[in-house]
Design a protein around this ligand. Structure first.
Ligand code: AIR
Ligand code: ASP
Length: 253
């Protein structure tokens, strides 16, 4: 069966879903970093991120955080609601790391006095520049009220995820969220979209401080596949068949 491809991103492909208003998210093993300056493959990443994101989005749905997630379809695909993605990336930080540590000349690993929210403008050409609320509302990327809601939801997700991960022996250092507009009977709702996985979060082992996320790929640290598998295992969502299964079926188009 041929399906219409709507969009191909760095880590996922979106296909038209079976019913109007739905989209199929296909998770690839492709990895990119620093806006495509570095590319590679992480074997099994798609299968694991599909499971991890399914698990997290479902738990968020359970606690009343609206998300685009409907259900997992197979090893690499999930059915989600069609949304209009806001052109902003919301980053929540609990511990200094990555671009934050670099920007302020800090060593990575210091706990921040409180959680910090940052916004970035989604633009590959511009390298996703850091922006302020003023930019977002003045440019019409989101209304003040919508942005307030995005901020509230992001903090709620942070509280929930910090607890979830600490229960698995992982510190949630920082993560990136995307939100979308969902239209229902002329009404617009903002919902959490995209994915939540070791591609979009920094997760450090509580005991050893070891990085269990995409930084292993970005920084050529090795053990990338194993780190993603370990996160899935700790969350209790590692596919039973094990690593062989992680290759999964080829893309059907
Ligand atoms: N992130 C930002 N853009 C894409 C992604 N995945 C995530 C990173 C990290 C957080 O946002 O994975 O968890 C902050 O990234 P950085 O590079 O700004 O420090
Ligand atoms: N936007 C960056 C990229 O994927 C974020 C990262 O380093 O993952 O190219």
């Amino acid at each position: 069966m041929r399906r219409r491809r709507i969009y191909e991103g760095k880590g996922k492909v979106l296909f038209e879903g079976p019913e109007p208003g739905t989209v199929v998210q296909y998770f690839k093993d492709d990895a990119t970093a620093f806006n495509n300056k570095k590319t590679g493959t992480i074997t099994g990443k798609g299968v694991l991120n599909n499971r991890i994101s399914e698990f997290i989005m479902s738990r968020l749905n359970d606690i009343g955080v609206p998300t685009h997630f409907m259900r997992r379809l197979n090893m690499r695909e999930q059915l989600v609601r069609e949304v209009e993605i806001l052109p902003i990336e919301v980053v929540v930080r609990n511990v200094a790391a990555g671009s934050f540590a670099k920007r302020f000349g800090l060593e990575e690993g210091g706990r921040l006095p409180r959680s910090i929210i940052e916004y970035y403008y989604k633009s590959d050409e511009l390298d996703d520049p850091l922006i302020t609320e003023e930019h977002i509302t003045a440019m019409g990327w989101a209304a003040t009220q919508d942005l307030d809601e995005v901020m509230q939801m992001s903090l709620r997700v942070n509280d929930f995820l910090q607890g979830l991960f600490i229960g698995c022996g992982l510190t949630l250092v920082d993560f990136k969220l995307e939100f979308g507009r969902l239209w229902e009977d002329e009404e617009m709702r903002l919902v959490l979209a995209d994915e939540i996985s070791p591609d979009s979060c920094r997760l450090w082992d509580v005991e050893s401080g070891e990085r269990m996320d995409k930084d292993r790929f970005r920084r050529d640290m090795g053990g990338v596949e194993e780190a993603y598998q370990e996160v899935a295992r700790r969350l209790g969502v590692l596919p039973e068949a094990g690593p062989l299964d992680l290759k999964g079926p080829k893309t059907v188009q």
